[in-house]
Design a protein around this ligand. Structure first.
Ligand code: FES
Length: 163
């Protein structure tokens, strides 16, 4: 996902209007495509953007919201440049994933599901990522960290804070 956070709100609005003008004749058939493009523009799909899309395509806000909440790749919350996925699957959980999650939350000053004010990090607990032998596991975007302990978290996060 490309998050265009340097664009001003006006430019984003204009881009969304363009996307809608390309798809408005399609009505609900164009909905998923428009939602994907809108998420690329905004980084997520806040309610006012969903309303704009509903209006532009001539469908109800409830229908738009239904699609957004059905597909996991759509998000109604802002996402950070670095998505920290902490596995809370069974193998990771029994090896202390909760302590890892709490350490990440306290280091970043945000809760699970939230994004830092600078839009750099967001935290997303997830299910088994298929690396149970390395439990507990955390991913930062595509980087996998295994056999974690809470005391390793500050150094790992520091690499991304400096990036
Ligand atoms: S339970 Fe965490 S990787 Fe499988």
């Amino acid at each position: 996902m490309v998050i265009m956070k340097t664009l001003t709100q006006d430019v984003k609005k204009q881009m969304l209007a363009e996307v809608l003008s390309q798809h408005n004749a399609q009505g609900r058939q164009g909905l998923i495509q428009v939602l994907q493009e809108a998420q690329n523009i905004y980084g997520y799909l806040p309610l006012d953007v969903q309303r704009e899309i509903a209006f532009g395509l001539g469908v109800s806000v409830a229908e738009v919201y239904g699609v957004v909440s059905f597909y996991s790749f759509f998000s109604t919350e802002p996402k950070g440049e670095y998505m920290i996925s902490i596995c809370l699957g069974t193998a990771c959980y029994v090896k202390g994933a909760q302590a890892i999650l709490e350490k990440v939350e306290s280091e970043l000053g945000i809760k699970s599901g939230e994004c830092t004010d600078d839009m750099k990090f967001s935290i997303n607990p997830c299910r088994c990522v298929g690396a149970c032998g390395l439990a507990p596991v955390m991913m930062i975007n595509d980087d996998v960290y295994g056999r974690l302990t809470a005391d390793k978290i500050p150094a790992i996060l520091a690499k991304y804070k400096e990036a």
